[in-house]
Design a protein around this ligand. Structure first.
Ligand code: HEM
Length: 147
């Protein structure tokens, strides 16, 4: 082997070894709704979430007069739709719903903690937990009135 052919062989080897794997028939990624397990698991997480909120002294005052069964239904539809599932959220907009409630950033963060706890109770993986929180996070500016 000449010096040049050795270098060529080495370059070829390096290319083959470092070449990215091309998947010919990549599976389309399942929607977040599907990866969460569909309506059943979403309903279970929402149920636990609302019971965490009801037990959370930092924020449960806001929910003293709430229609809890309606709130759960609306949240299930909202999470189902926002995660790409076959539901339609028919409730009011986040801005209209929370208007005048004087919700603080601290209250918003407490509610997110209660949601994370519910997701952890059902061992929802980090990836899906993160995706769901990034779907809900942008609603903050429509909900919080007192920074
Ligand atoms: C990402 C965060 C939040 C989401 C996705 C969310 C979602 C919702 C939804 C879907 C409803 C029902 C709307 C309807 O019936 O048309 C609702 C109602 C309500 N939310 Fe929120 N909310 C959030 C944060 C908060 C926070 C931080 C508070 C207070 C600490 C709060 C307090 C309430 C109250 C008091 C109601 C009314 C319940 C009733 O009168 O029956 N929400 N929310």
């Amino acid at each position: 082997m000449t010096r040049t052919s050795i270098m060529l062989a080495a370059a070829l080897f390096a290319t083959c070894v470092s070449a990215p794997q091309l998947s010919v028939a990549a599976e389309p990624k399942a929607s977040l709704y599907e990866r969460l397990g569909g309506t059943g698991p979403i309903t279970a997480v929402v149920g636990k979430f609302v019971s965490n909120v009801a037990a959370d002294k930092r924020i449960n005052g806001w929910f003293a007069k709430a229609d809890i069964p309606n709130l759960k239904r609306q949240l299930v539809d909202q999470v189902c739709q926002a995660s790409g599932g076959p539901c339609t959220y028919t409730g009011k907009s986040m801005k209209e719903t929370h208007k005048g409630m004087k919700i603080t950033t601290a209250a918003f963060n407490a509610l997110v903690e209660d949601l994370v706890q519910a997701l952890d109770t059902f061992n929802v993986p980090e990836q899906e937990k993160g995706e769901l929180l990034s779907v809900l996070g942008p609603m903050k500016s429509d909900i919080v009135e007192i920074p």
